[in-house]
Design a protein. Structure first.
Length: 238
């Protein structure tokens, strides 16, 4: 699952927290892994719509969903941090790597979790939010993601708000080694804005080094954020 949560504030009801609503969507979907974008940690911004109390949004969602969370700080912001989040249904080994910003602008990060199951089998789920301003940054960031994830010798999922469309250079860079799950499943659904969707920039990609069976792709109609969540159900053919 991937969900841009708009720093924990209800996009269409400014000044209200959306975390209870986001958590309800997650609980309903029951994902094994979820990528979260626009995540605040202990910022004054979150205090502004939580009665003056700073909030660690990943920890809030851990409590409300029963999942295990990791925060990947991309930048210092508003007396706290801002970046990406990742939730896993079961404990997993996690890490964070910074992504390049050659054209300047906001820092970005990749947060990932590697889960070991069965008899030593591994799967890695990686979550990111690419630059919203400069194509040069998105290209460099996708290349850095490839450099890191394609070295892995097991199945990998890449998910997030990638801020590009199908006819872009970053999309073309990913295509040789990754499967766009929504496009492969057929008739991809637009993801943003939630009230009148016009674009598809939220993706779940599957590494081509493994044999995936895409069972369903669901863009869930919710308006807690300006993005709608994407939920993909897959199995691995052995």
């Amino acid at each position: 699952m991937t969900y841009n949560i708009y720093h924990g504030e209800n996009y269409y009801k400014r000044g209200e927290s959306n975390i209870a609503g986001i958590a309800s969507v997650i609980r309903d979907a029951r994902p094994d892994f979820i990528a979260l974008q626009e995540v605040d940690s202990m910022t004054m911004r979150t205090a502004g719509f939580n009665s003056g109390e700073k909030k660690d949004l990943v920890k809030e969602l851990e409590t409300l969903t029963g999942m295990h969370g990791t925060f990947g700080k991309a930048i210092d912001y508003s007396e706290g941090g801002y970046g990406e989040g990742l939730l896993t249904a079961k404990p997993a080994k996690t890490g964070v790597i910074p992504l390049p910003v050659p054209a300047g602008g906001e820092g970005r990060a990749l947060v990932y979790a590697t889960y070991i199951y069965g008899k030593g089998k591994k799967i890695t789920f990686a979550a990111t939010h690419l630059c919203h301003e400069y194509e040069e940054n998105r290209v460099a960031q996708v290349q850095a993601v490839n450099d890191f994830l394609l070295k892995l010798d097991h199945p990998v999922v890449l998910a997030g708000d990638l801020n590009f469309k199908e006819d872009s250079a970053p999309y073309e860079i990913l295509q040789p080694n990754w499967t766009d799950s929504a496009k492969a499943f057929g008739s991809p659904t637009l993801t943003i804005p939630a009230d009148t969707p016009r674009s598809r920039i939220d993706y779940i990609w599957l590494s081509k080094n493994s044999d995936w069976n895409i069972l369903s792709v669901d863009v869930r109609k919710t308006d807690y954020s300006d993005h709608m969540p994407v939920v993909v159900k897959v199995s691995l053919r052995q």
